[in-house]
Design a binder for this molecule. Sequence first.
Ligand SMILES: [Zn+2]
Length: 288
Amino acid sequence: MKCIICNSEKFSVLYRGKIRTGSFGQQSSHDQTVYKCDSCQSGFLPDAGFKYDTSEYRVEVEGVADFEAFQALHDREQDEKLSVLGSDNLRGKVIADIGCGGGSFLDLVCGMAHKTVAVEPCRNFHDGLSEKHLVYGHLSHALEDLEEQVDLAVSFAVIEHVDDPLSFLKEMRLLLKPGGKVLISTPNYDDWMLKFLPGVYESFFYRKAHQWYFNKASLQALASMSGYNSIEIIYKNRFDLSNALHWIRDHMPTGSGEIQLFDGLDGSYKHILEQTGQTDFIYAWLSV
Ligand SMILES: [Zn+2]
């Protein structure tokens, strides 16, 4: 086996055990191995992935695959993206979202942007997306029309799904105008819960949908190999202390806000994880 990102043939085991095959509670029947490339530090799960051009992935993981259902699930997640992005560099810009799903993020920024570009393989979403955005089914098709025409290319929680993250980031780079920027996000395999609640939480974190697993070091290596000179890592913990406590007691996720008793501690909880790089999620600003 060769690392698709860096060509190294040396791997260690990042995780071995049952993995999640869909939503919470759906587990593989056999143990699976997530390998870690000893050179670039990326985690890799062979035989992962779904068909993303049909509704298969959304149905397996989210239970639904229509346009309105996507928005009902994902509109609420957009404030975190804006907290990383800010709102002062959007007006008049060309903004592309690679793997945009039903377009919740693009809908939020299209009022300020000059043009918004939706790249989404799932054909179910194309009619809805085309009401407000320029739509492509694949990044390579967008690149044919828009090379060096994009100010900001974002891709949230997508790179862990793609077959070839190196080509993916290279193609995103080629979209950029001089001075343009890329913003990506992905789960962080340095998430503290993986060490604190091994087995139980690991078999939820590692999943069939994700071929790739990243942390700061592996994202930096990947971005550098993809031709970016500047890489800024931003840690974000999406879930609160209440969710962690439920994981520890009940071995299941509840999402945020299930109990309010520790609301006053949440800022400190997230701050400590962000300062130490042990959050559940990680963003990277990339530029040339
Ligand atoms: Zn590698």
